[in-house]
Each structure stands twice: as structure tokens, then as C-alpha cells.
Design a binder for this molecule. Structure first.
Ligand code: NAP
Ligand code: MG
Length: 467
């Protein structure tokens, strides 16, 4: 696995600030706990150098015609597509996801998202008319992007592609657990021919490099994806400085199975949704809501579906030992609070690697920790409802509102229920992921939207000219 000992700033790989060359972060493969490389642990000084480079590049990039920005994004899409095996291998090595999932999702989605912005620019108007005014849509400026490890390249591209499309320049601080794919992305940006300083990468620790980036006075917009705890702090910093902020935070989404639905399909797709990426998906439907008459049948189906997720095969490890402990703790708590353990449990299934058993709980009540808090592991809670109103109350009864699913006998019935859900996206009877659909949260799941034209708008500000 290739690791750079510098940071990508101003179009070149620069060593860390003088005197700090020895500060590195070890990157560990969570499947075998072996160190696979080291990257620099950037500091406030490196962040400052990167922000300066982004600021210097901003006027030129903002003035670059959208067609030329689109050409660079198309080139980026092509580099990401050409290097997809390398990307998949890197994500498998540093995140631990099984190769097939890395190829299809971790490497595949970024190609689709980068391509969507290259295409969108062709038809996008950066000018609108409103009565006697012309409204100019202008880039916000220098973006500070802070990303997590769970979909490490997707979360980078979901910020970088629209920011670059809008004419912004940016500095990225990726998660300490998955910096290698971020370095690979910087190489791809370079290969795609973006001007120096338009994209910059500072690897480092969240409370050091991440915080310095969020606090930097010359950053105009902070775009963050990660935990609600850190998101709150970043929101407060941005608020105090009166700068734009986008927060993509946690979730505890509901998979609502109404009585007319294809029960087997709804349960199978629901279990797959929770187990994918070892349960490390912010939009995962971690609460399955089933009518009391179909409850035991659904529990039996879920147990069978979960058995396919053999640790070390279809189910990868969690990203690190801390997340493994956290998830095992939640499983123990579920048992302690009286939920019925259908399959799985808190014991680690393998001696080496940060694995957790695929776990299904039944008889989960809405007040339990496993029904309220984001676990971020392969753990499904099945809850019982009496009627549709009860289902809606349970579905909406958390502080989160990121995603969800509704299954019903007809699309109309599912849509009618989805309209009443307090959440940012709902899959209707197994609807597919759409890279053009805005993604983001209601309630404490966040502020702002990513992907599609709504994701582009996050990086634009308006100037009204009256005639
Ligand atoms: P996290 O700490 O919020 O990490 C997200 C990003 O923020 C990382 O790049 C992190 O750097 C950085 N960061 C951490 N502290 C910071 C600070 N004080 N100022 C600025 N940036 C900072 O999340 P985590 O600790 O990796 O995961 C914990 C939990 O968060 C998970 O169990 C899950 O519930 C949730 N989570 C949600 C998502 C999501 O997609 N919404 C993604 C990941 C995690 P470091 O990598 O150096 O910490
Ligand atoms: Mg952290």
C-alpha cells in the first residue's frame, strides 16, 4: 500500500511543517491488525499553508468557465474509474470492507458522483432572473472539508466534486483511520489537471488538524460528516465566526414494513442494508418496524438472513478497536435492558481483527438505548407496532432523521406513509440509491444537503443585481 510522507498542498507533496516530520499516524488494517503505512500528522501550521494555497487559487478557479471546470471533473471521473481496482484495494486494506463491496460501492459510487457533477455543469445556469433582478450564483470561497472513515472516498467526493464544480477551492482533512484513499484521491486530482491549490490535503488528527481547519479565519465554509458530538462543536465554531456550515451527522433510521408488503423481501433487503459495510452506514435502517401479526415471521426471516453474514467473509471487521468495543458495549446493553437476542451477541467472533457478530434483537421497545442511539455496527433492532399511527410514532420517535424505508402493498400507500416521516430520504418498496437525490438530515441528523443540484447549491452564494 502506497503512503505519501508529505501532504498535497499547492499542487505538490510537501513535507510537514519544520520540526514535525516525525509526527505520523499509523494506518492499520482492521482485518488483521497489521500496520500498513504511515501518513503525516498535520498541525495548525500545515492547515494554514493549505488554506493559503486554496485562497491564492480561488480567484482564478472561480473565474474559470464552468465548461472548463466540467472538463476537469470529467477527467477526475475518468481517473477514478481507471484506478478503481487500486481504490477498492486501498479501502479494503484500511477500512476492512470485503473486496466485492469495496469494488461496487467504495470505488463505484465516487465515479458516479464525480461524473454527475461533470454532467450537471453543462446544463447549470449560474444566473437567474427574478422580476427586475438578475441573481448571480457565486462560489462561497475556500471550503474546509472534514470527512469520516465509513465511506471514505465517497464522503470526500460528495464534498469535493460539488465544491469544485461551484468554483470553490478546498482543504480536506480526512479521517485518521482512512487517509490512504484520501492520498490516492489527491493523486487523481493532480492527474486530472486541476490547477495548483484548488484542492489541498492535510492528513492529521481531528482535534488537531480538523479543529484548526474548522477554526481557520480564512475558511468560508466548513463541510463536515461524522459524529453528532463533533458536528455540534463544529457548528458552534462556525456560528461564532458567522461562516457557512454543512453537517452530515448520525442516524437511527426506520425500515417500516406495512402489512400489505412483501414481507420476505422487505426483511431480506432490510437485513442487507444494516449488515452492509459492517453496519457502519449513517443512513442504515437499524430499526425494523413490523406489525404485531407478522412479528414472529419477520424475526425468523431476519435470523436466517443475518446468518449469511459470516465474519471474515461477507461481513468485514469494524474500522478500529474502539468502534469494536463501542458496538459490543451496545449489544451487551441491549441484553441488559431486556431485548431478546435472536442471533449474535457481544463476544468477538474472531481472535484477530476488529470483528463483531451480526446481531439481531427482537422485543426491542422504543425507549431502549439500542432503539435510540446510533450503534454503527452490524446490529438490527426489530420493534413491534399495533397500527399505522403507532408505527409512525415509533419511526419518528428519535432525535435523528436521516433516512428510512417503507414497504407496502402499493406504492401509493408507501408514499402516503413516507410523507409523514421526519427524515431526509425514504426508499419506497426497495427503491435504488440515486446519486442525484439530495442526501441529508432532518432534526439532529444534520444541516444542509449533499449530492445533486441541492449539493451544488450548498457551495454557492447569491448576489442580486437590480435593474
Ligand atoms: P468523528 O470523530 O466525528 O470523526 C469525523 C471526522 O471529524 C474525522 O475526520 C475526525 O478526525 C474529525 N474530528 C474529530 N474531532 C474533531 C474536532 N474536534 N474538530 C474537527 N474535526 C474533528 O467520528 P468517529 O470518532 O470517527 O466515529 C464515532 C461515531 O461517529 C461513530 O460510532 C458513528 O456513530 C458516528 N459516525 C457517523 C458518520 C456519518 O456518516 N454520519 C461517520 C463516521 C462516524 P479523526 O479521524 O482524527 O478522529
Ligand atoms: Mg474520532
Amino acid at each position: 500500500m502506497k503512503a505519501h510522507d508529505g501532504m498535497y498542498i499547492g499542487g505538490e507533496w510537501r513535507p510537514p511543517a519544520a520540526g514535525r516530520e516525525g509526527d505520523t499516524i499509523a494506518v492499520v488494517n482492521p482485518a488483521d491488525e497489521q500496520v500498513i503505512g504511515h501518513v503525516p500528522a498535520g498541525t495548525a501550521e500545515d492547515v494554514d499553508a493549505a488554506v493559503r494555497a486554496a485562497r491564492a487559487a480561488f480567484p482564478g478557479w472561480a473565474a474559470t468557465p464552468p465548461a472548463e471546470r466540467a472538463a476537469r471533473l470529467a477527467a477526475l471521473r475518468d481517473v477514478l474509474a481507471a484506478r478503481k481496482d487500486e481504490i477498492a484495494g486501498t479501502v479494503t486494506a484500511e477500512l476492512g470492507s470485503p473486496p466485492a463491496f469495496s469494488e461496487a460501492v467504495h470505488a463505484g459510487t465516487p465515479v458516479a458522483v464525480a461524473g454527475s457533477y461533470a454532467d450537471m455543469l453543462a446544463g447549470y445556469s449560474f444566473e437567474e432572473k427574478a422580476g427586475n433582478s438578475t441573481v448571480l450564483l457565486e462560489p462561497v470561497g475556500v471550503v474546509g472539508a472534514i470527512t469520516p472513515w465509513n465511506y471514505p472516498l465517497h464522503q470526500i467526493v460528495a464534498k469535493a466534486a460539488p465544491a469544485l464544480a461551484a468554483g470553490c477551492t478546498l482543504v480536506l482533512k480526512p479521517a485518521e483511520d482512512t487517509p490512504l484513499v484520501a492520498q490516492l484521491f489527491a493523486e487523481a486530482v493532480d492527474e486530472a489537471g486541476f490547477p495548483a491549490g484548488v484542492f489541498n490535503l492535510v492528513t492529521g488528527l481531528g482535534p488537531v488538524a480538523g479543529q484548526a481547519l474548522a477554526e481557520h479565519a480564512d475558511v468560508d465554509l466548513v463541510s463536515f460528516t461524522g459524529s453528532t458530538a463533533v458536528g455540534r462543536r463544529i457548528g458552534a465554531i462556525a456560528g461564532a465566526a458567522v461562516k457557512r456550515v454543512a453537517l452530515e451527522l448520525g442516524g437511527k433510521s426506520a425500515n417500516v414494513i406495512l402489512p400489505g408488503a412483501d414481507l420476505a423481501r422487505a426483511v431480506n433487503v432490510g437485513v442487507a442494508n444494516v449488515m452492509a459495510n459492517s453496519g457502519q452506514t449513517c443512513s442504515a435502517w437499524t430499526r425494523m418496524l413490523v406489525h404485531t401479526d407478522q412479528y414472529e415471521e419477520a424475526v425468523a426471516l431476519a435470523k436466517k438472513a443475518a446468518a449469511k453474514y459470516v465474519p471474515g467473509e461477507r461481513l468485514g471487521p469494524l474500522v478500529n478497536a474502539k468502534q469494536q468495543e463501542r458496538v459490543r458495549g451496545y449489544i451487551a446493553k441491549g441484553v441488559e435492558q431486556g431485548a431478546r437476542l435472536v442471533t449474535g451477541g457481544p463476544e468477538a467472533p474472531r481472535e484477530t481483527g476488529y470483528y463483531v457478530q451480526p446481531t439481531v434483537f427482537a422485543d426491542v421497545t422504543p425507549d431502549m438505548a439500542i432503539a435510540q442511539e446510533e450503534i454503527f455496527g452490524p446490529v438490527l433492532s426489530i420493534l413491534r407496532y399495533e397500527d399505522e399511527e403507532d408505527a409512525l410514532r415509533i419511526a419518528n420517535g428519535t432525535v435523528y432523521g436521516l433516512a428510512g424505508a417503507v414497504w407496502a402493498g402499493t406504492e401509493e400507500e408507501a408514499v402516503a406513509f413516507a410523507r409523514r416521516m421526519e427524515t431526509g430520504q425514504v426508499d419506497i418498496n426497495g427503491g435504488r440509491f440515486n446519486p442525484l437525490a439530495p442526501f441529508g438530515g432532518y432534526k439532529q441528523s444534520g444541516v444542509g444537503r449533499e449530492l445533486g443540484t441541492h449539493g451544488l447549491a450548498e457551495f454557492l452564494q447569491t448576489k442580486s443585481l437590480q435593474f
